[in-house]
Design a protein around this ligand. Structure first.
Ligand SMILES: Cc1cc2nc3c(=O)[nH]c(=O)nc-3n(C[C@H](O)[C@H](O)[C@H](O)COP(=O)(O)OP(=O)(O)OC[C@H]3O[C@@H](n4cnc5c(N)ncnc54)[C@H](O)[C@@H]3O)c2cc1C
Length: 508
């Protein structure tokens, strides 16, 4: 990377968000952009999470780009390797590779108010950009709890998102910490081969059966021959989830019957009443992410598995000690303890117009205008920003809405012409977030009686979108210039390369 290279747009991250942004930029005729990625390949979540059993929990035909349908998904809920391969194909089909700078972790981004551009320091050099699209992911930096004595543990320790494939778990005594979405996929995948599995559960999840099956050759042939059928399938999956939203956002009481289904799912596999009691949540279903699995409970019923309620409180050498004092000796500890979500590390590295970092600006909670832009951080757009997460549907729908917003942001800058920046007005940011938080009050995420990773340290829900994906799509269709201050410098204007790009939609 040349010193002080200047680009029109710098995209950070090459997961669904960053790759989608790259496709949209080319579609807008912008080719003067780079994608800065800290790792050495694309895929984000689907590169980093390679644990046994890793798969999406939203059907693949919905959990993929609308502009890059894949008629060949092998299963209704495809595995990590297939999603990762899909993103590699997206990269090639849309000719994104020349734009990507691997091993280029962004260390700092500083707004230059005189030049109206971002100075970006990366692991591979410094560059400047008129616009930053930050797609560093909501679940990309693993969180390991600070457990006393962890450093005394002599065995293997790793996080679900950094699986140690060189360590063979077969025949080992393993402590699995956490019972979230990753853990419930890992447990049934490793239970048959380990000698002992101790599952540390702080809060039991609600688990519904996962109706996963291989997609038949006939279905795939049909999808290939008639692409409309892939779209219809996607539309149906989307519509069903849109209809569920009201229960989550306005009428959590209606979710009671879903709890009965989940209890029946548990009762089918767990015959021991004491274990059933331990596994039964005491909060409203939906308050934490509803998990889908048909093999989690059967795995927990096996004789080599112990469920320890109350969580892991201490480690002394190779002994793991539960909150209730139970001691067990293990060879390995696997943390399925989630990610830095409401304290995303990238916020520490973005320095805005007044010299404060985004983390300082967000010290009382993350907030952004339409989930995208923060006041005092001009020409900085985030993908999957605050309050854009979903409890029941595909994040790709939200990413594509934010890409629409980003594309219009770029268009607005072009229309305004010359060197120009847009800075979200504090009043607009406040008004948007006031509306979001007002709507949040009735939702199951705030009223369901649980403590989840959707809530920040102040108990504020800064992660979830309290509406349908259709509403968010409408809210992000256009950039409303009235919500922004237009900034101009005293001198010169940069030039942006504009080409027509033919690869705007493709089957991958
Ligand atoms: C195990 C797992 C399963 C999931 N399953 C589903 C599902 O079924 N359905 C669903 O809707 N969502 C699911 N999600 C959520 C998932 O994170 C999103 O759907 C989506 O993949 C996020 O894409 P992204 O591009 O925003 O982020 P990511 O995929 O996390 O990509 C972010 C990229 O940014 C890079 N990066 C981060 N910081 C820097 C930096 N400082 N400099 C340079 N590069 C950086 C990272 O290396 C990474 O490549 C799942 C998440 C996990 C962890």
């Amino acid at each position: 990377m040349a010193e002080h290279e200047h680009v029109r747009v710098a995209v950070v991250g090459s997961g669904f968000g960053g790759l989608g942004a790259a496709v949209r930029l080319r579609r807008e005729g912008i080719t003067d952009f780079v994608v800065l990625e800290r790792a050495d390949s694309v895929g984000g979540t689907w590169r980093d999470n390679s644990y046994p059993g890793c798969a999406c929990d939203v059907p693949s035909h919905l959990y993929s780009f609308s502009f890059a349908p894949n008629p060949d998904w092998p299963r209704t809920f495809s595995g990590q390797e297939h999603i990762r391969a899909y993103l590699e194909r997206v990269t090639d089909v849309f000719r994104l590779r020349p734009h990507i700078r691997f091993n280029s972790e962004v260390k700092r981004m500083t707004w230059d108010a005189a030049e109206l551009r971002w100075e970006i320091e990366t692991a591979s050099g410094t560059l400047t950009a008129d616009l930053v699209v930050s797609a560093t992911g909501p679940l990309s930096d693993p969180k390991i709890p600070d457990i006393p004595g962890l450093d005394t543990f002599p065995g293997a320790v790793f996080h679900s998102a950094r699986w140690d494939h060189d360590y063979d778990l077969r025949g080992k005594r393993v402590a699995m910490v956490g019972t979230g979405a990753s853990a419930i996929q890992i447990v049934p995948a490793i239970q048959p081969s380990v000698s002992k599995l101790v599952l540390f559960q702080r809060t039991p999840p609600w688990v519904l059966p996962r109706v996963d099956r291989a997609i038949s050759d006939a279905e795939r042939r049909l999808h290939r021959a008639l692409p409309l059928t892939t779209r219809l399938r996607r539309g149906l999956l989307w519509g069903i989830r849109e209809l569920q939203v009201q229960a989550f956002t306005k009428h959590p009481g209606e979710l009671g019957f879903v709890e009965q289904l989940a209890k029946r799912n548990m009762a089918r596999a767990i015959k021991d009443p004491a274990l059933r009691a331990k596994l039964t949540p005491d909060y409203r279903i939906g308050c934490k992410r509803i998990l889908l699995s048909s093999d989690y409970y059967p795995a927990l019923a096996q004789p080599n598995v112990d469920v320890v309620a109350g969580g892991l409180s201490e480690i002394r050498g190779s002994t793991v000690i539960a909150a209730d004092g139970t001691e067990t000796e293990v060879d390995a500890i696997v943390f399925g303890t989630g990610f830095h979500v409401t304290d995303m590390p990238i916020a520490e590295r973005v320095v805005g117009a007044d010299g404060r970092t985004l983390a300082e600006t967000w010290k009382d909670g993350m907030e952004a205008l339409r989930g995208a832009s923060a006041a005092g951080f001009p020409n900085w757009v985030t993908i999957i920003g605050p309050n854009t997460g979903l409890g029941n549907s595909s994040m790709i729908l939200m990413i594509e809405s934010q890409l629409n917003y980003m594309a219009d942001y770029v268009r607005q800058l072009e229309v305004l012409g010359g060197r120009v920046a847009l800075d979200a007005r504090p009043s607009a940011v406040r008004a948007w977030n006031h509306r979001v938080q007002e709507r949040m009050k009735r939702t199951v995420w705030n009223t369901g009686g649980c403590n989840s990773w959707y809530l920040d340290a102040n108990g504020r829900n800064t992660t979830i979108w309290p509406g349908t994906t259709g509403e968010f799509r409408r809210a992000t269709r256009r950039v409303d210039l009235g919500e922004y201050e237009v900034l101009r410098p005293s001198a010169g204007s940069p030039s942006a390369a504009r080409v027509t790009d033919e690869a705007q939609e493709a089957t991958v």
